[in-house]
Design a binder for this molecule. Structure first.
Ligand code: PGA
Length: 313
């Protein structure tokens, strides 16, 4: 069944990261032993920086928080500079008060005959922790979430996977060349991810616009595994304006508000009670684009909140 995924769009990645960090800190303050699903890559870096700031300046404690990362490269030891273990410690764990025993990443160095049991143990550990409360995702240019490459099913579980050429190509500069990028990885499955109670997918930059559009509006397909999120029910996309593709994401409507009045007026009327006049005129402009995908309240509200964020920035 198709469900519009709510979006929150921000004028830049830093504002999006702040919003997600705020949601995470609210969760942790209400549930100190919350279970977080974490991602690596360039996308969540600003989010992790903001969480570190909140720890230092606002007393946000991770002492009881439990974390499970999405994936790890095969063949890389923990201390390899390109391992996700190393990434997470460099960019988050070393800077907060999380307990070492509460950190979980799949291992990329299990002997071949132990990989399956290791993946099962990872699934069991997530379940024993009570499931993931809040999952952070990026999106690959081929639409992958975690390392669930095209062809991964919606019910897939934590497993070994072969990385496709787009993914390896995108990692080539970090490794020096595509040949040096590991050919395989261990990843949480799509089914594992979809069991998270709440999911935030972050995407920033123009190079993500096309795949974001497919994930949001394309058919639910194993060729774009992020499209499975359409069936999740509690996923939000946090985008900067470039990843949202601005006019190309909703090509049917002009960005000229004058040409969208027929669409924007009813939406604004519906929200009249909730917004001040100055927010309202912004909302009126932006909601026109949203309307095409907005067949649920969450979608429309998501867009309006961007209008506010933009106005207040
Ligand atoms: P990126 O990777 O954050 O480095 O763009 C995202 C992903 O591949 O999931």
């Amino acid at each position: 069944m198709f469900m519009a995924i709510p979006l929150k769009m921000f004028s830049d990645a830093a504002q999006a990261a702040e919003q997600v960090a705020r949601e995470l800190s609210d969760l942790i303050r209400s549930k100190p032993n919350a279970v977080l699903g974490l991602a690596t890559g360039g996308t969540p870096l600003l989010l992790y920086r903001e969480l570190i700031r909140m720890h230092r300046e606002e007393g946000l404690s991770f002492a009881q928080v439990r974390t499970f990362n999405l994936d790890e490269y095969e063949g890389l030891a923990k201390d390899h500079v390109e391992s996700y273990w190393h990434f997470m410690h460099q960019n988050l764990f070393h800077h907060i008060d999380i307990a070492a025993e509460n950190i979980h990443l799949p291992s990329g160095t299990m002997p071949a005959d132990e990989v399956e049991a290791h993946c099962q143990a990872y699934e069991d550990a997530i379940r024993a922790a009570g499931g993931i409360d809040y999952q952070i995702l990026g999106i690959g240019r081929n639409g992958h979430i975690g390392f669930n490459e095209p062809g991964s099913t919606a019910t897939s579980r934590t497993r070994r996977i072969e990385l496709c050429s787009v993914t390896r190509g995108d990692a080539a500069s970090a490794f020096g060349s595509i040949e040096q990028v590991p050919s395989h990885a261990i990843t949480m499955g799509c089914g594992t991810i979809l069991e998270a109670k709440c999911i935030a997918l972050l995407a920033f930059g123009e190079h993500k616009a096309e795949i974001v559009k497919q994930a949001l509006h394309g058919p639910v397909s194993d060729q774009v595994t992020a499209s499975f999120l359409q069936q999740h029910g509690n996923t939000t996309f946090f985008l900067d304006a470039a990843a949202a593709g601005e006019s190309q994401l909703w090509p049917k409507y002009s960005r000229n508000p004058q040409q969208n009045h027929g669409i924007s007026r009813p939406l604004c009327a519906a929200h009249q009670g909730n917004f001040s006049k100055r927010h309202h005129s912004l909302a009126k402009f932006f909601s026109a684009e949203f309307f095409q995908i907005g067949n649920g309240n969450g979608t429309i509200q998501g867009k309006l909140s961007w209008a506010c964020a933009t106005q207040c920035a």
